[in-house]
Each structure stands twice: as structure tokens, then as C-alpha cells.
Design a protein. Structure first.
Length: 241
């Protein structure tokens, strides 16, 4: 009888691993039961859309990082090479697309207002996914990149102010320049080392860079802007909220 009971006990703990947690800690058992009930009622599900998985897989292969670095090298070369400099710079100011109300977007405008909007939309989706059921699901882990972003804003500002105090020339208008973090280049560099980094580092870097950029935008809009329209500002805040 004893020989037959041992495999049965091992089989139960293998198929139902939460039984071992229940015997050692009833609180863990209650928590696992609550999680199971939430998932059965449709709460806490973490289903990732197929198209988002495809983009993530493509990004994990490093294709985006390579393309961004190559595009940067080509653009810098064309902009600084004598025979191509004037034509390359003029290309970015060329209007492209239909005119609406006498206004048309240039090539630079389509990239800044169009493609970059899609990029930040995808960044927001990834951060939202991590906040729902990823490495930023808890308040403690979500607060860490936000605190790091504050340090990433305050430290460059302090260095900039120190340099302004030591040098006889300078301008306070450049205070927000060292504050912002370029998300695209930060993620491109990270893409080369993704396989050697923990999975949670991607969400950490995205959140840090996003909060850092938002902080720089807030400082730029409140301290260096002129002709603020409080009504439109309040309306934009209400829409975001």
C-alpha cells in the first residue's frame, strides 16, 4: 500500500501544484482561487492581439534597430556631403499630399505628425499591456521607471544650470534640451542587446523615456511658451483625462 501511495501523492502535486502551496500557506491558496475566479469571469485576461505580437516579434529580431541606424547614417551623410546637402535639406521642406484650406504638410511634417504619432501609439499600447498584465502590473514596479525618469530630468537640468553659472555666455532657453530622452534611438540601441537583457527592461525603458518626454513637454509648455490659451489647455486636459 505504501508503494502505491507515493506515486499518487507525487502525481497530485505535479498536476495540481497549488496543493503544495495550500498546505504550506492557506493565504496563497485563497489568492490563487481568487485569480482563477477573476480569469473565469473575464477579468485579468492578458490576450495580446496577433498584429501586436507580430510587431513585437519583428522588433525582437532587431530589424527596426538596424533600419533606424542605417537611415540615420545615410541622412547624416547626405546632409553633410557638399553635392547632396542642399537638395537633401530642400527635400524635407517640400510639400507633399493634398492642400486643405491652403495648408499642406511637408515631408518633415508627414513624418513628425504622422509616422511619429503611429510610433507613440504603439509605444502606448506596449506600456498599457505591461501595466495590465506585465512587468509593470503592480504599483511598486510601475513607480520605479517614473522615479528614474524624474532623476533623468532633474540631473541634466542641474548640470545645464551649473554650466550656465560657470560660463559667461549662454541661454536658459536650452534648459529643456537635455531633459528629453529620444525613445526611438533608445529602443534602437536596446534592440541590439535585447537578448542579453531581462524581458522587463523593455517596459522599464519605454516607461522611463515616455515619462521623461512628457516632463520635458510640460516644462516647455509652462515655462517657455507665450500666449497660452487656458480654455484650450483645459479642454485638452479634459480629453486626455
Amino acid at each position: 500500500m505504501t508503494v502505491q501511495q507515493v506515486p499518487l501523492r507525487v502525481s497530485l502535486h505535479t498536476r495540481l501544484p497549488h496543493l503544495s502551496r495550500c498546505t504550506s500557506s492557506p493565504a496563497l491558496c485563497e489568492q490563487s482561487e481568487e485569480d482563477a475566479q477573476m480569469q473565469s469571469h473575464g477579468h485579468g485576461s492578458c490576450t495580446v492581439p496577433a498584429w501586436l505580437e507580430s510587431l513585437t516579434e519583428l522588433n525582437e529580431r532587431g530589424a527596426g534597430s538596424v533600419m533606424l541606424i542605417l537611415a540615420t547614417i545615410i541622412s547624416l551623410t547626405l546632409a553633410n556631403f557638399g553635392p547632396t546637402s542642399a537638395g537633401w535639406l530642400a527635400l524635407w521642406t517640400t510639400n507633399l499630399g493634398p492642400k486643405i484650406g491652403g495648408h499642406a504638410l511637408s515631408v518633415r511634417g508627414w513624418i513628425n505628425e504622422g509616422l511619429m504619432a503611429v510610433f507613440f501609439f504603439l509605444v502606448g499600447l506596449e506600456i498599457k499591456q505591461e501595466l495590465r498584465c506585465g512587468s509593470l502590473a503592480s504599483m511598486r514596479t510601475a513607480a520605479l521607471p517614473c522615479i528614474a525618469a524624474v532623476g533623468g530630468m532633474v540631473t541634466p537640468m542641474a548640470v545645464y544650470l551649473l554650466v550656465q553659472r560657470l560660463l559667461p555666455v549662454g541661454s536658459m532657453l536650452g534648459l529643456t534640451i537635455p531633459m528629453a530622452t529620444d525613445i526611438a534611438f533608445a529602443m534602437a540601441i536596446y534592440g541590439f542587446f535585447r537578448k542579453r537583457m531581462p524581458p522587463s527592461s523593455s517596459a522599464f525603458l519605454l516607461t522611463l523615456a515616455t515619462v521623461d518626454d512628457l516632463g520635458a513637454i510640460i516644462v516647455l509648455a509652462t515655462c517657455f511658451a507665450s500666449g497660452l490659451a487656458p480654455a484650450f489647455l483645459a479642454g485638452a486636459g479634459a480629453i486626455i483625462a
